[in-house]
Write a protein that binds this ligand. Structure first.
Ligand code: SF4
Length: 236
């Protein structure tokens, strides 16, 4: 793509805007990679950012992890242990970690569980947003499993873009995928599934704010079912 490498932190631009050359590089990468195979997106990201790239996973499945380690087996994989995860999620995390010998970076909140009870205002902030910001400090880019079909807010998400909140590049290799694409990849690559997916859980977050969904129901309907909340703040 004829890109010119430039560090995220070079230049005098404010943190919420990339230096112009980097902005152009991201825009070019986004144009070239939209619709490209996810492995190609990850090959670009790992080649471009090296060890200043991190992947964030909720370990609802291991599709993105599988794709990423094919591009770079030592990619740093961040998991936000909010303290409210299902035991099945933590068991699945350990299983996937063993399978790939992952460079796993588990982050914990800086506050105890009873300071911000589950679902209280600020809960996601102290349990997810702030630990992720700490995990990404010093990184130039992060990789997420965000998909356009997830929510209306994500429907025009780019493959590569600038994350103004974090001041780094955000790469979404499976942004064009559907739930069927994810399932097909799991079957074709014989990946282990999160055990709760066998009992109706389609989108899996913290236990107190996640419920199973009925067949045909929007997978995200099972997240924060008792409120109008749709995002935890990681992708804002
Ligand atoms: S998803 Fe719910 S329990 Fe988990 S950090 Fe956010 S508000 Fe707290």
């Amino acid at each position: 793509m004829g890109t010119t490498k430039q560090s995220v932190h070079e230049g005098a631009s404010a943190p919420d805007a990339p230096p112009p050359a980097l902005a152009a590089e991201i825009a070019e990468a986004d144009r070239a990679l939209d619709g490209a195979p996810a492995g190609e997106v990850l090959a670009w990201a790992t080649g471009r950012f090296g060890d200043r790239l991190a992947l964030a996973s909720s370990f609802q499945d291991c599709v993105l992890v599988d794709l990423a380690v094919r591009a770079d087996p030592r990619i740093r994989v961040v998991f936000l242990d909010t303290g409210f995860h299902f035991p099945e999620t933590l068991a699945y995390l350990r299983r996937v970690q063993r399978r790939y010998d992952l460079a796993l970076d588990v982050r914990h909140p800086a506050v105890p569980l009873d300071v911000t009870p589950c679902g209280a205002p600020g809960c996601c902030q102290v349990r997810k947003v702030e630990p992720l910001a700490a995990a990404l400090a010093g990184s130039e880019a992060w990789v997420t499993g965000l998909k356009r079909v997830d929510t209306s807010e994500r429907s025009d998400a780019p493959v590569a873009g600038w994350d103004a909140a974090k001041g780094i590049v955000k790469v979404n290799p499976i942004v064009t995928w559907t739930e069927e694409d994810v399932d097909r990849y799991i079957v074709e690559h014989d990946l282990p599934r999160h055990p709760l997916t066998y009992v109706g859980y389609a989108s899996i977050g913290c236990a107190p704010t996640t419920r199973p969904v009925a067949a045909g129901e929007d997978p995200r309907a099972g997240r924060w079912p008792d409120s109008d909340k749709t995002e935890c703040g990681l992708h804002l």
